[in-house]
Design a binder for this molecule. Structure first.
Ligand SMILES: Cc1cc2nc3c(=O)[nH]c(=O)nc-3n(C[C@H](O)[C@H](O)[C@H](O)COP(=O)(O)OP(=O)(O)OC[C@H]3O[C@@H](n4cnc5c(N)ncnc54)[C@H](O)[C@@H]3O)c2cc1C
Length: 410
């Protein structure tokens, strides 16, 4: 068992790894290095209840300081790990300290992408990843103001819903021909576009942007005033949220010579190309045993499960990380849950109708159920979480009949 465990990144995966390490009998030193000056906390409320102001800041952390103290975890927060000396097995931190390890876990998550367009640096143009980001953005949420959201993915649409409920005029600008095109079926996209429109969100797809225009003021205080399209037209904006996805935070690993490929490459035991270094969460690209290919995932469930697997493996309790991922998104009163990965499907079966606001979309590959998207459909969601790992092969005719439960369609 490694005596000195160092974890870089204090987020979802790190928090879970700490829990598992102690629960499985690790009694050595654990050092948790995080560049945000906060204990590990949940990010999903950042675009939902915390942004809306209905969830207090002290409800965000998974555990409070006393818990880490009681479990002998040395938390070093507010400074980034800047270098890994792999030969000496030492992590160097931005405050000038250096920490030796026997086992190192990288759980550095991902960073929000900023759009590279003129004016992206103007005051009032935001991205959203951290509590600090929300605290800045929240000050803009004043009823009657005009928000432009660039990107119709989860984060963009969740923020759109929160802003709309706060009485803000919201326009969502999406480059693809439908919202959430990367992650959900056209049926689900169209449903969400209609639901947002019904509540007054102006959703525009297939949009080409030219840049952000500032109000005449002295740089660097120039503020956003409008968003310009490639045809030269503009829409006014009091503030802008750019939600165009994330990039894995793999620079530290890359700079130290670990194999990276749009994420830190790990094996099924969460081990990197260095036998003393493991990685977990958004920052990894890992082999999905169930789907037979390498994937990079951005979800709470994945960070939680892979953080746990990495902890077990670095303790020497060899455990392949073999989980079917799932993800959720809350927008208005709609709960979407996606179970599995749809890529490679050859058949799609829609169960129920969007008109009822409760439906699901099932993806099959050579007869096997590989993914299900559910909207307000707890029953299908729970069934899918059992059926997909079991490689179930439903009868497509029964599957298409919403009166037949998903479980009974198999
Ligand atoms: C606004 C928002 C809403 C979301 N909503 C949902 C949702 O509804 N459902 C869902 O499943 N997922 C959601 N997610 C995604 C989910 O939160 C992430 O997938 C999850 O947090 C990933 O966990 P992680 O531990 O890999 O990384 P993170 O939680 O991002 O933690 C990584 C930490 O490492 C720190 N770090 C990075 N580099 C260094 C360094 N060199 N030194 C020290 N520290 C470093 C980072 O600053 C960060 O604090 C949401 C994310 C956001 C931002």
């Amino acid at each position: 068992m490694p005596e000195r465990v160092v974890i870089v990144g204090a987020g979802q995966a790190a928090a879970q790894a700490v829990e598992v390490l102690r629960k499985r009998g690790h009694t050595g030193r654990i050092t948790l290095i995080g560049d945000e000056n906060l204990l590990p906390y949940q990010r999903p409320p950042l675009s939902k209840k915390y942004l809306a102001g209905s969830l207090d800041r002290d409800r965000l952390p998974f555990r409070h300081a006393a818990h880490y103290l009681d479990h002998g975890v040395d938390t070093r927060l507010g400074f980034a790990a800047v270098r890994i000396d792999r030969a000496a097995r030492r992590v160097e931190v931005a405050d000038g300290s250096a920490i030796d390890y026997d086992a190192l876990l990288l759980a550095t998550g991902s960073r929000a992408r900023m759009i590279s367009l003129p004016g992206a640096e103007l005051a009032g143009v935001y991205t959203l990843r951290t509590v600090a980001d929300v605290d800045r953005l929240r000050a803009e949420l004043v009823s009657g103001r005009r928000a432009v959201i660039v990107g119709g993915g989860y984060i963009g649409l969740e923020v759109a819903a929160t802003c709309r409920e706060a009485g803000i005029h919201v326009t969502v600008l999406e480059a693809a021909d439908r919202v959430m095109a990367r992650v959900v079926s056209p049926e689900v996209s169209r449903f969400y576009e209609a639901e947002h429109a019904r509540r007054g969100v102006d959703v525009r797809c297939g949009v080409r942007l030219a840049g952000f225009i500032g109000r005449q003021a002295e740089p660097p205080n120039e503020r956003i005033a409008s968003v310009r399209f490639s045809d030269g037209s503009e829409i006014p904006a009091d503030f802008v949220l750019v939600g165009i996805g994330v990039t894995p935070a793999d620079a530290l690993a890359r700079d130290s010579g670990l194999d990276c490929d749009d994420g830190i490459v790990v094996d099924e035991h969460c081990r990197t190309s260095d036998p003393h270094i493991w990685a977990a969460g958004d920052c990894t690209r890992h082999p999905s045993i169930h789907y037979g290919r390498r994937v990079r995932l951005e979800s709470v469930d994945h960070a939680f499960e892979q953080g746990a697997s990495a902890a077990l493996n670095l303790l020497g309790l060899t455990t392949p990380h073999d989980k079917v991922p799932w993800f959720w998104s809350d927008q208005f009163d709609l709960k979407m849950v996606i179970i599995g990965l749809a890529q490679g499907h050859d058949r799609v079966v829609v169960r129920g109708g969007a008109a009822e606001r409760t439906f699901s979309v099932c993806y099959l590959k050579a007869g096997e159920l590989i993914a299900v998207e559910t909207v307000n459909h707890t029953k299908d969601q729970m069934a899918a979480r059992k059926l997909i790992p079991a490689r179930a092969r439903p009868d497509p005719l029964k599957l298409a009949d919403p009166a037949v439960s998903l479980r009974d369609a198999v």
